[in-house]
Design a protein around this ligand. Sequence first.
Ligand SMILES: Cc1cc2nc3c(=O)[nH]c(=O)nc-3n(C[C@H](O)[C@H](O)[C@H](O)COP(=O)(O)O)c2cc1C
Length: 398
Amino acid sequence: MKRSIDKVLNISDLRTLAKKRLPPGLFSYLDHGSEDERTMSANRSALEGIRFLPRVCVDVRQIDQTRTCLGFTHRSPIAVGPTGLTSLLWPDGETQLAKATADAGVPFTAGIFSLTSVESLAEIPDIMLWAQTYWMCDETLTFHFIERARNAGIKVLLITADMSVPANREYAARSHFSPPLRIDFHNLFDMLSRPAWLIDTALKYWISNNLPTYPNLPEGRGGQVMKAATYKDMRISPALNWHDIARIRKAWPHALVLKGISNSEDAVLAVNYGLDGIVVSNHGGRALDGTIAAIDALPAVVDRVRNKIEILIDGGFRRGSDVVKALALGATAVLLGRPTLYGAAAAGYPGAAKALSIFKDEIQRVLGLLGCCSVSELSVSLLDCPSIARPSLPLKEN
Ligand SMILES: Cc1cc2nc3c(=O)[nH]c(=O)nc-3n(C[C@H](O)[C@H](O)[C@H](O)COP(=O)(O)O)c2cc1C
């Protein structure tokens, strides 16, 4: 696998390796979106539709891509967002991904549905750990997680708001891969078709009688991933409203971020309710299909709440150039979902580290070719972007 990782040039290569290694049902869980995947495709095509207007004759020998966001200094303007089931992709995959993220000097987000406890992730040296939760049907589960995140020393909490009812994921029905995970003829065949994953991940858990559980739920509630009863506790509440956000605000003394914003009206409400940040996000096209591409939603949000709240974004970011486009449009940082999962699924720690270093290298190169010495020099004047009117170009000489 080391040799394959050495040959990887971009995130698409990591996706190919992940696809080769994972059983097709498990790969489709991480790769697909809801219904006709219009939003998932729109996330990509909208980013591809933005073009650069680079400046020349700028001395770019020193380029600095560090960025401060929500009190953390990131070595790159990216962070790893919350995703579930990473430890099914690679043994102890979540810890491997979190370690690679810590070593890259960017934040990692532990979710309430992580298969690794928030406390053990907090012990990883140099980790900048953020936490994410949903508003659960049993709200005591949400507050239990918030308390544990606080005790683990976490300083940033994300509340995901765009999954109020379960999304229509037809791919999961087709691939027989949806919680509760169960073994039937279809996915047994699936697993047998990927002997490397079967031996180094599935059998490893099975033989050690150590099947993953949901350790961020309270004792006695978070059962094994294979048990149907476990999922009774994991229902997300359809009742989340701004009053609940105000209650969470009271319970959480540090940075609070609302994830899943597409409509600028909600961005304004987030400011009014005292939040510190928002993530412009459509859950990577896994929630409401037909939602606007995240990058297309960004300009209106920036227009309404710039300098009042930290604006993060995710959805479809696969190249450093995509990250640079979002920053030029006014985002502070970009969360990564699938790219680092492809890396972790392809090769554990080295794969995740590769994904992060690809972004870092690409951002550095794009900044140089754009004529920018730091991310703070990025502005909309460097873009030809269909969704915004472009101001006249400032004269830049040095
Ligand atoms: C396999 C998978 C699991 C996810 N689980 C969660 C989750 O538990 N909570 C959450 O807020 N978002 C979750 N997301 C959404 C991501 O945080 C993020 O919004 C999305 O993946 C960004 O799009 P990208 O994958 O194109 O980068 C998940 C995404 C994937 C791919």
